[in-house]
Design a protein around this ligand. Structure first.
Ligand SMILES: Cc1ncc(COP(=O)(O)O)c(C=O)c1O
Length: 388
């Protein structure tokens, strides 16, 4: 069997190696504290599970869904955006239902770009953005996210060549992996940059619910003119601990939404209707479960940062997402430090390099275990004596 060139070009799953290493350490009977993953640890709120149960009992949900999903789910998404962000969207033309946003992120370059055309991606960034570029057979260039610029892109430093040729750009705030958030001024700059250079913007709002210190993350669509230049993708995976359910949506510019719907007409027949009903329950129901979740992550963040301070590790607290982006001490690279922590402290973390060149010098820690385990992880690292 020979595989297509397209398939052969897919990037190596950097984190597959980490998972293997962690699993073999666990198999040896070691008590590994795994801070390397991005999988929410809490269950889906009970009222959402109940909505799925009820819907699954209804034989109507056993049939094919309408091609582009349930109108009520699109209406629920539109209502949610209105309530949460004061943004008006037409549920009929400005919402597309996605099999999780990962699917949408991978589909979008195929929808908008021809072979060899250029897209711009953040470095460090969510690795699956690269998969979308490769599957669509388009070129990509990355722009650096550095601490000096609060992990936001510096549009001035994007070359004339790149701005002229790029057709699509991905952004993600609250950011995976850096935990940074964006402000209104940044999104205003983004709209101007996109208009001046005729670049479509995809804002990945995966961690849209998770902002700390009572700073609610901003939707890109709140910015004047945003809908003219792009869309946002919102997943239920993080907000409602529904990562396994595979449900999200794209929202914004109607022409881009139509393109996503069109490609999906050929790929799927939308999601299991009972999952869509549960998603409606999530978006339209009581949101106190989300507030509790944010408080939980914030307590964990505070414990982690407090523990780092105690051992003399100078770190910046994340302002959003459920990740902390911690600098690697002198004498280590991100991968060698991650290996060292697994080997010597039984603590698994994600090496920054796995998110791109500019991830070098950092490790990513997930706030996805309880506070006592987070503190214990940092205490174990403290005992190695590298920060004193
Ligand atoms: C930045 C970012 N975007 C998108 C996703 C995909 O989320 P889902 O496919 O579950 O909607 C993730 C998941 O980890 C993520 O971290």
């Amino acid at each position: 069997m020979t595989y297509s060139e397209r398939l052969k070009k897919l990037p190596v799953q950097f984190f597959a190696t980490l998972v293997q290493k962690v699993n073999s350490a666990i198999a040896e009977g070691r008590d590994i504290i795994n801070l390397g993953q991005g999988n929410p640890d809490q269950p889906t709120p009970a009222h959402i599970v109940k909505a799925l149960q009820v819907a699954a009992e209804d034989a109507q949900t056993h049939k094919y869904s309408p091609f582009r999903g349930l109108e009520e789910l699109k209406e629920a998404a539109a209502q949610f955006y209105h309530k949460q962000y004061g943004v008006e969207v037409d549920p009929k033309t400005e919402v597309a239902i996605l099999f999780g946003t990962k699917a949408g992120l991978v589909e979008l370059p195929m929808c908008l770009l021809n072979d060899g055309e250029l897209m711009l991606l953040p470095d460090p960034g969510y690795p699956d953005y690269l998969s979308g570029a490769v599957l669509a057979n388009v070129n990509y260039k990355t722009f650096p996210l550095t601490k000096d610029n609060q992990f936001l892109p510096d549009y001035e430093s994007i070359s004339l060549e790149q701005r002229t040729h790029a057709k699509l750009m991905y952004l993600n705030y609250p950011n995976n992996p850096t935990g940074a958030t964006a402000d209104h001024a940044f999104f205003e700059k983004t709209v101007s940059f996109a208009k001046e250079n005729n670049i479509t913007v995809l804002h990945d709002f995966a961690y849209g619910a998770i902002g700390f210190d009572r700073q609610k993350p901003i939707s890109f669509l709140e910015t004047e003119g945003a809908k003219e230049v792009g869309i946002e993708m919102y997943t239920l995976s993080k907000t409602y601990n529904m990562a396994g359910w595979r449900v999200g949506f794209a929202i914004g510019n109607p022409a881009i939404i139509e393109a996503l719907n069109l490609i999906q007409d050929h790929l799927y027949v939308s999601l299991f209707p009972a999952v869509q009903k549960a998603a409606i329950a999530a978006l339209t129901g009581e949101q106190s479960c989300v507030e509790e979740l944010i408080e939980r992550y914030e307590r964990r963040r505070n414990s982690l940062i407090g523990a780092c301070n105690k051992i003399g590790w100078k770190v910046e607290p994340p302002t959003g997402s459920f990740f902390a982006w911690l600098p690697v001490p002198a004498g280590f690279k991100s991968e060698s430090f991650a290996d060292y922590l697994l080997e010597k402290a039984d603590v698994a973390v994600a090496a920054g390099k796995g998110f791109g060149e500019y991830g070098e010098g950092y490790i990513r820690v997930g706030l996805l275990v309880d506070e006592d385990r987070l503190i214990e992880a940092i205490e174990r690292i403290g005992k190695l004596g590298i920060f004193t």
